[in-house]
Write a protein that binds this ligand. Structure first.
Ligand code: C5P
Length: 229
């Protein structure tokens, strides 16, 4: 077995808005581990497909080919993890609405998910990996030493998203965000491939009333029982 296969993995799965990204970045910093943002991987496939004019409904083969050889790299930047696609920083383009919609369309295709497995598993390198996503503990790293499922109430997640978008000057309506989030949760939970559900051996952490520092500390406490940290 290669050294990289033995590197420990801590998976953080859960619905959007539960705080996985912020928690994963803090954990990676505290432990000095690598981090995989698997949502960014799906977003990168979507962005690269849009850039190349690939029609998801027509040219499935080109999409799978693209996913298999995705020219993607993660770099530690001054502002957290930066994503490089085709040798250039992807920046805000990765978070645009068009890319979000396309990402959720490519993410339901089993052949695309299969094509991205090696890339994601390749991130498992010493001293360890924090893997953030929806199916990290169930499919990508079923043998992870610690699996966390981070959840929060829909109301709280919609409120967080509202504050975030307002601070960026976007004109949004809370009740609309709440409805969108409920619909997205249902789609993610009930989809046939890689649904967002806790692994049978995951520890569920609820961040509804727990601030970021509290969530991070709770996971560090769990991790210190499982890892030599
Ligand atoms: O988390 P984020 O919003 O960046 O994810 C982008 C898209 O990729 C979403 O549609 C999400 O459902 C999908 N995704 C996935 N599996 C993962 C991570 C994200 O299907 N492990």
């Amino acid at each position: 077995m290669a050294v990289s296969d033995r590197a420990p993995v801590l998976t953080i799965d859960g619905p959007s808005g539960a705080g996985k990204g912020a928690v994963s970045a803090r954990l990676a910093q505290r432990l000095g581990w690598n981090v995989l943002d698997s949502g960014a991987v799906y977003r990168a496939v979507a962005l690269a497909a849009l850039d190349r004019g690939i029609d998801v409904d027509v040219d499935r083969e080109a999409l799978v080919e693209l996913a298999r050889g995705l020219p993607l790299a993660f770099r530690a930047g001054s502002d957290g993890i930066e994503v490089e696609l085709d040798g250039c920083l992807a920046g805000d383009r990765l978070r645009s609405e068009a890319v979000s919609v396309m990402a959720s369309r490519v993410a339901v295709l089993p052949e695309v998910r299969a094509a991205l497995l090696d890339l994601q598993r390749g991130c498992r390198k010493p001293p360890g990996l924090i893997a953030d996503g929806r199916d990290m503990g169930t499919i990508v790293f079923p043998d992870a030493e610690l699996k966390v499922f981070l959840q929060a109430s829909v109301e709280e997640r919609a409120k967080r998203r509202y504050k975030q978008l307002k601070s960026k000057g976007e004109n949004v309506i809370l009740s609309r965000l709440f409805q969108d989030m409920q619909a997205r949760d249902r789609r993610d939970r009930e989809r046939a491939v890689a649904p967002t559900v806790p692994a049978f051996d995951a520890v569920v952490v609820d961040s509804t009333r727990l601030p970021l520092d509290g969530v991070v500390q709770r996971i560090i406490d769990l991790a210190s029982c499982r890892f030599d940290i």
